[in-house]
Each structure stands twice: as C-alpha cells, then as structure tokens.
Design a binder for this molecule. Structure first.
Ligand code: NAD
Length: 360
C-alpha cells in the first residue's frame, strides 16, 4: 500500500494533507509514503523532515492512494488513473465540483465532508477539526479589526468595559469562537436555530439568545427557515445586534446558500467602530453587506469575510487534518496492511463518493 501527498495548488492554500509525525505512523504500519517535493512548504515543513519520517520525495500520483487538502484542479484530475484512490475535501455538495470528472476517470474518491458526524468517526471529522481553526481565527480577525479592547481593563487612566460579542450559528466553529472570545475577555452571547445548542453556549461561559425559532433538521444540522421565520429572525436580530461590539457569523445549512441573518439595517444600527466577521462568505455570507474575501466598511462598521481561514494557520490545521486522514486510512487497511475498504462500514460507504457501483 502506498500513499502520495500532493503539493496543494489552490490560491492561498498553505495546508498539507500529511505531516511528518503522521507519515512516521503510516510507515510503521508498512505503508509507503511518497511526498511531492515542496508539499509541506506552506506549512513550513521542508522535504527533509518528511524523508526523516520515512517518506520518499517523488511523484505522489504513482501511489495507490493520493491524499490532498483542497479539491483537485482539472489538470490534477487528469493525473489520476483508473482505480486509484483519492482522499480530500472534494466539495460534494457544491454545485460545481469535480465528482463527475473523478467518476469518469474511474477514480475511487473519498470526500472528507461526507464522513458521517457520528461518535466513532469523530477522530476522522475534518470538517470539525478545520472549523475549530476557523472559529478561533475569526475572533483574532475580529480583535485585529476592532477599535476597542476585548477584555475589561482597569488602569490608572480609567476603566474600559469588556467587548460584547455575539456569535450567530453555534456549530463547531461558532462554539470555538465563543470559547476564544471568552478567553480574550469578551462578554459572549450565542444564538442558533437549534435549541439544543443553548447548553453548549452556557458551557463555554456564554449567554444564550433565545428568539423562539426551532429549526433543528436532520443529522444535527439546521433546516432552512420558512420565509415567515426568516423575516421574524431578521427583525429580532436587528434589534439584538445593536448592543454588540462584535458579531461573528458562522450559520450554514448544508447544500444551501448561507442564511441571511444580519441585514443592512442591522449593520446601520450598530455602534461606529463595531466589527462583523462573516465566516459564511463562501456560500454568499450571513450578512447582507458582506463582500466575500474582502474587508469593507459600511456605516462605520467593518465587515470582514475571510475565505479559507484554516489555510491561514497551516501548521496546526495540517496537523489536525493529517490525524483525521490517518484514522480514515487506518480504517481502509486490512490486517495485512493492504488497502481494502470494507463498504459495509457506514463511515467508508458514506465517505466514498465515486466507486463502480455507486452513483456520484
Ligand atoms: P454547520 O457548519 O453546518 O452550521 C453552523 C451552525 O449554523 C449550526 O449550528 C446551525 O444550526 C446554524 N444555523 C443554520 N441556519 C441558521 C439560522 N438561520 N440561524 C442561526 N443559526 C443557523 O454546523 P457544524 O459545525 O458542521 O455542526 C453541525 C452538527 O454536527 C452539529 O449538531 C454538531 O454538534 C454536529 N457534530 C457532531 C459531531 C459528532 O458527533 N461526530 C462532530 C461535529 C459536529
């Protein structure tokens, strides 16, 4: 069994699919690892750290399974061969993805986004590991763009009140944002349409904002709101948002455009110098005034919509992602160390988005 680690080519992508520690683990299980030269450079890992861990530097596409972070480009799909395995973020729910092309090429592709969110698969849950990075960094970005402190300060020159921070959408990223904002000294509040989240918000020291809407959907995800619910939510949030210095939004509904939670009027109602960090920019944004990938100032409020925040912390993001992949690869190995995915296992059956008898 051999695994190839590619050098990522997507704009701004600094993560790498495997780090040397994980390479050493695979090598100890009899797996050959081939790393493309320079694959780790974005995460500050030179080739010689990979060779010291037992990898060889060479063509990753010569391996049985190719591992990567971002979805492949057309040219990269062209390098994969019939029967080869591919593991990475493959955006299976995006309207535009490479799943069709991978299927036509006969590639057996595993999308980490499709790993079920069940307890047994937590160790492989790359959506969660990377959302944790994004939630943390969102707070740092907010603090960087704020005109005010996060913590309360008592100084000889006077006392500064703590920042009030509202997190809209409390999944993995939102919960980490609440915890990080609290550690920075902010006064935190969380809101979600899944009422079960209230306890989690409180467990990280936040207040729960209850707007009386329950939109818990399947599998722990939210469902899309009806038009009436959306109008009710936007109106209630418009009122609530006024009292916050920082609003961090992370609300997503799988396969749908990001819900609009923060209207232009809500931004207008915020105090000058306040900050909105919108993590939903990739699917259109939770704030009406968001410009994905940009920092804009509207009504004296700074609205930041960073794309791919995990790539801005490539060292730890890669380390966590590599551990997710290690667990997934281990699940694919048989007792002789050969790659032999057992599709009666729901984790592998769900994660595999293209194989002979499965439609994409
Ligand atoms: P996500 O990224 O899909 O969405 C982020 C949050 O936005 C969710 O909490 C969602 O409820 C919320 N949201 C959607 N529409 C909204 C709206 N209109 N207003 C306010 N909030 C809105 O979520 P995620 O981080 O991927 O987590 C999804 C679920 O998976 C959660 O229940 C989480 O606890 C669960 N999970 C389970 C495991 C596990 O057991 N292995 C691991 C990770 C996550």
């Amino acid at each position: 069994m051999s695994v190839g680690v590619v050098r990522e080519t997507a704009d701004g992508e600094r993560r790498v699919a495997l780090v040397p520690k994980v390479v050493a683990s695979l090598v100890s299980k009899g797996v050959d690892v081939v790393v493309e030269s320079g694959a780790g450079l974005g995460a500050l890992i030179p080739d010689d750290e990979y060779t010291a861990a037992g990898a060889t530097i060479g063509d990753p596409y010569s391996a049985d399974a190719v591992v990567r972070v971002a979805p492949p480009s057309d040219a990269e799909v062209g390098k994969l061969r019939d029967g080869q395995k591919l593991i990475g973020f493959l955006a299976p729910r995006n309207a535009e993805n490479q799943i069709g092309a991978l299927k036509s090429a006969g590639v057996e592709a595993y999308a980490v986004e499709a790993i079920p969110r069940i307890s047994r698969a937590q160790v492989m849950d790359a959506l969660s590991s990377q959302a944790n990075v994004a939630g943390y960094k969102a707070v740092i970005v907010a603090a960087d763009n704020a005109t005010r402190f996060f913590p309360m300060l008592t100084t000889a020159a006077g006392t500064v009140k703590p920042a009030t921070v509202l997190v809209l959408g409390v999944g993995v990223a939102g919960l980490q944002a609440l915890a990080t904002a609290k550690r920075l000294g902010g006064r935190t509040t969380g809101y979600d349409v899944r009422p079960e989240v209230a306890e989690q918000v409180k467990s990280v020291g936040g207040q729960w904002l209850d707007l009386g809407i329950d939109a818990a959907g399947e599998g722990g995800y939210a469902r899309e709101l009806t038009e009436d619910e959306r109008a009710q939510q936007q109106k209630a949030l418009e009122e609530a948002i006024k009292s916050f210095d920082v609003v961090i939004t992370t609300a997503l509904v799988p396969g749908r455009p990001a819900p609009r939670l923060v209207t232009a009027a809500a931004v207008e109602g915020m105090k000058p110098g306040s900050v909105v960090v919108d993590l939903a920019g990739e699917t259109g944004g939770n704030c009406e005034l968001t410009e994905p990938g940009e920092i804009v100032v509207k009504h004296d409020v700074t609205i930041v919509s960073p794309l791919n925040l995990p790539a801005t912390m490539p060292e730890h993001a890669s380390e966590l992602y590599a551990k997710n992949l290690l667990a997934l690869i281990e699940l694919m190995l048989d007792e002789n160390g050969a790659i032999a995915p057992d599709f009666s296992d729901e984790v592998l059956a769900s994660a595999c988005v293209t194989r002979e008898e499965v439609s994409a």
